[in-house]
Ligand binder design. Structure first.
Ligand code: MF3
Ligand code: CO
Ligand code: CO
Length: 254
């Protein structure tokens, strides 16, 4: 299947879905504190998504995923399952929100730092966010998907970090995961060209140690093989005539 070009009506719906996903991250921020469990965060998000937004939490029952959000702590790379363990001082956590509104998906994630994190962890979190935005800046008609991976990898390697290869960004719309695979590594000027109306995520996962990951016995939680810290940030992106629009932008990013 080739990369879908969204119609004006679909883009309008994706803007709404993206904004709602971003709203969940803004809503949950004050709750991400030392001593809270990821199950409690899951519960607060689920309640807000279902009862306040009247949207659908896309992860719940997606290919058997048991919760409404993904929470990936420290050496967890992605797809962490909320549980009853309390967050503690110095933890770094990614919260990944995907909602469905009017049949369309909005997908976004950000990192939170609990209390006083080490300067090393803070730097990993910041460099990963910088990598996401360097990737975003590549988006305009005529450039290629490979340009995203190229700049993300370059930025990670400059800081002696590694880029996870087993998980990537993805087209998003009516389906949670649509073509293409959006790689966070690779060569400039390769892959498909960006065309106005394409919508996809960029969601780099960057490790302090080696790039290798493994999936735990729960079939979901991906961790770094060497147990080094990992960070991830994600936005849903629209290709416009002149560049891009971030559909999941939060107020703090303006
Ligand atoms: N939100 C994740 C992504 O960015 C996917 C989570 S799949 C789940 O693609 F099943 F774990 F929720
Ligand atoms: Co995604
Ligand atoms: Co996501």
């Amino acid at each position: 299947m080739s990369i879908l070009i969204k119609t004006a009506e679909e883009i309008t719906k994706m803007r709404v879905a993206g904004k709602l996903a971003a709203d969940v991250l803004e809503m949950i921020a004050p709750h991400v504190i030392i001593g809270v469990t990821t199950n409690e965060l899951n519960h607060i998000c689920h309640d807000y998504i279902v009862n306040i937004q009247h949207t659908i939490p896309a992860p719940l029952n997606y290919k058997g995923f048991p919760k409404s959000i993904c929470t990936s702590v420290n050496q967890q790379v992605c797809h962490g399952i909320p549980n009853d363990k309390k967050l503690k001082n110095g933890d770094i956590i990614n919260i990944d929100i995907t909602i469905i509104k009017d049949g369309y998906h909005g997908d976004t994630s950000k990192m939170f730092c609990l209390g006083t994190v080490t300067p090393f962890a803070k730097r990993l979190v910041n460099v990963t966010r910088e990598a996401l935005f360097l990737g975003i800046e590549q988006i305009k008609p005529g450039n290629h998907y490979g340009d995203i991976g190229y700049v993300i990898q370059k930025h990670a390697h400059k800081h002696r970090y590694s880029v996870v290869q087993e998980f990537c960004g993805h087209g998003v719309g009516k389906d949670f995961h649509e073509p293409p695979h959006v790689m966070h590594y690779g060569k400039a000027h390769t892959g498909d060209e960006f065309k106005p109306g394409m919508i996809f995520t960029i969601e780099p996962m960057i490790n302090m140690g080696k790039r290798y990951t493994k999936v735990l016995g729960d079939k979901w939680t991906a961790i770094t093989k060497d147990r080094s810290l990992s960070a991830q940030w994600e936005h849903t992106m629209l290709v416009t005539e002149t560049g891009y629009e971030i559909l999941t932008l939060r107020a703090e990013e303006l």
